[in-house]
Design a protein around this ligand. Structure first.
Ligand code: RIB
Ligand code: CA
Length: 320
């Protein structure tokens, strides 16, 4: 979609479970004039819904953007008990900082109603959904209003894995693991999908020099990002021996801003929902060994140095 003086190139709804990396994704979107954030919808995931809904507003206020409407969504998966990730993100979901309780209110509408209303009201194909948590809200909206599937411009989601396999089970990445039925519905809906899997995000690591770049911004945003990534890196350092935290969710926004930094394949991706050991697996036909039709652009690589240069430059503009 061409950027015009009146309208940014990307008009998006971020569906999120903040989460420190979600917070950086939201900040990156708000720091980018090519992106108009129509709204933020929250979902239960890293931490329960009440906390993700508070955290999303805390991040908007950190960015000086109390104008962004935030809508609370589903507080549990479609058909399973909620699994959270306090062991990664801390009790609050934004451990590493102590941001003030949000002053801005939640919007009265439910997130699913906002998604349906927005997709029906805006020109078909003009809205991009950016889910960076479990896909419960998106699937619930599709179930209640199947007509929106053809109105979605693109879904750019963080989730899944192929070569990196699972981060919460041997087979499943967290966002898919929490709500596999929702993920299956999203991948079957027919809308164009870009998948940002662990195969990419495990290459987007906040190494010590990159963390120092955040801190050297000298702004409250830079300090918060340094504190968040300095906190949640523990999990990946212990599990993978990684040199820093993977910035999972910001890679979705970065792809919108600079797709040339990434590479991937248009392939078939199915979601396992009944596997004894593999439930939540993104069964990505990377080598095209089946005749299942391609339903997603599945990213596999990123120029990490260019990614962090771009992100740091953008984020430094917030609160400067
Ligand atoms: O597996 C990484 C994903 O799970 C990210 O979206 C992170 O925020 C957590 O939700
Ligand atoms: Ca997330």
């Amino acid at each position: 979609m061409e950027e015009t003086a009146e309208r940014p190139a990307h008009r998006i709804v971020i569906d999120t479970d903040p989460g420190q990396d979600d917070a950086v994704a939201i900040l990156l979107a708000l720091a980018s004039p090519e992106i108009e954030v129509l709204g933020i919808t929250t979902v239960a995931g890293n931490v329960p819904l009440a906390l993700t809904s508070a955290n999303a507003r805390k991040v908007c206020e950190l960015a000086g953007r109390r104008d962004i409407p935030v809508f609370a969504g589903c507080d549990r998966p479609l058909a399973r008990d909620l699994v959270t990730a306090e062991h990664v993100h801390g009790r609050t979901g934004l451990d590493g900082t102590d941001l003030p309780a949000p002053a801005m209110p939640l919007q009265p509408a439910h997130a699913v109603d906002f998604l349906i209303k927005t997709l029906r009201a805006e020109p078909a194909g003009s809205v991009t959904l950016v889910p960076i948590g479990p896909l419960t809200n998106i699937a619930a909206a599709l179930a209640r209003a199947p007509d929106i599937a053809t109105r979605i411009g693109r879904i750019v989601l963080m989730g899944g894995a192929y070569f990196q396999v699972g981060n919460v089970t041997p087979a499943a990445e967290f966002n898919i693991h929490v709500d596999p039925e929702a993920a299956a519905a999203v991948f079957a809906c027919g809308a164009p999908i870009t998948v940002v899997p662990l195969d990419v995000t495990h290459k987007a690591l906040v190494t010590p020099p990159r963390l120092e770049s955040f801190r050297a911004m000298g702004t409250p945003v830079g300090a918060a990002i340094a504190a968040w990534t300095g906190f949640f890196e523990r999990f990946d350092k212990a599990k993978y021996g990684a040199p820093g935290a993977p910035l999972h969710d910001p890679c979705t926004i970065a792809w919108l801003l600079a797709p040339e930094l990434f590479s991937g394949r248009e392939i078939n991706v199915e979601i396992e929902t009944e596997g004894r050991f593999t439930t939540g697996m993104t069964v990505a036909d990377w080598w095209r060994v089946t005749d299942r039709p391609a339903n997603a652009l599945f990213l596999g690589d990123v120029d990490a140095d260019a990614l962090f240069t771009m992100m740091t430059a953008r984020l430094a503009t917030l609160g400067a």
